[in-house]
Design a binder for this molecule. Structure first.
Ligand SMILES: *Cc1c(COP(=O)(O)O)cnc(C)c1O
Length: 230
């Protein structure tokens, strides 16, 4: 079998499992969008995923993103899903549709500054470290509301939702992490703050996306499940 067929079969398989998870939990599977995570994947195979119907790509390293960005053709948008250094903001801001990793004041400030320079608002998700693991980036849950209140004052920055990375582990220990993020998301949506639109709940990767979908994720980030092992 050709590699491209494998990628296309994997994409179909992920879609099927999304549908099943959505059905189990009474959610609308049409709301769930797949981000194909291109970490360690070259332009050719990324192109095959696009050929298989993927239209959102996610990269977690800025340098890789800048390299791959001009090499992938077709109707795709790119999301930056990994940690972003302040001094790299200006090299990605005109190329990314959504930044998933807003996690500190200095980054919010720089995004705002560059957004104004480019004359276009920039959309970002706030990354939350729900599990509190010291190895994970993101705001603690109790830092989230004060942070969002502060950054909504900044011009050119649009807060579009929340993102988290769950700890490794068995599914039932992961579920509360996703559920907590969804509650935070719903609380924020109710507050109806200016400059804040809770549109995207980015959670779930290859090993845990079904639980994330059951808990209300609408953006899931799949790497190995589409492209195979790294
Ligand atoms: C690598 C990565 C993913 C995808 O991980 P898989 O387990 O390969 O699906 C998702 N989100 C982030 C932030 C990543 O760095």
């Amino acid at each position: 079998m050709l590699k491209s067929e494998v990628i296309s079969l994997q994409v179909d398989e992920i879609k099927k499992r999304i549908n099943e998870a959505a059905e189990r939990s009474g959610q609308d599977s049409d709301r769930v969008q797949i981000i194909a995570v291109t970490k360690f994947v070259g332009p050719e195979r990324i192109g095959e995923a696009v050929g298989a119907g993927i239209n959102i790509l996610g990269e977690n390293r800025v340098q890789e993103f800048i390299k791959k960005y001009p090499l992938v053709e077709g109707p795709v948008q790119w999301h930056l899903i990994g940690s972003l250094q302040t001094n790299k903001v200006k090299s990605v801001i005109d190329k990314v549709e959504l930044i998933h990793s807003l996690d500190r004041d200095s980054l919010a400030l720089e995004i705002s500054r560059q957004a104004q320079r480019f004359g276009r608002p920039v959309k970002a998700l706030v990354q939350v470290n729900v599990s509190g693991e010291s190895t994970k980036r993101g705001l603690a849950t109790d830092e989230l509301f004060p942070f969002i209140k502060k950054v909504t004052q900044l011009d050119g920055l649009l807060i579009k939702g929340l993102m988290t990375i769950a700890p490794l582990g068995d599914p039932e220990s992961i579920r509360p992490v996703f559920r907590t993020l969804r509650h935070l998301y719903e609380n924020l949506a109710e507050k109806d703050l200016p400059g804040v639109q809770m549109e995207y709940l980015s959670m779930g990767m290859t090993n845990d996306f079904e639980i994330a979908v059951e808990e209300g994720a609408n953006l899931i980030r799949i790497g190995t499940g589409i492209f195979g092992g790294r």
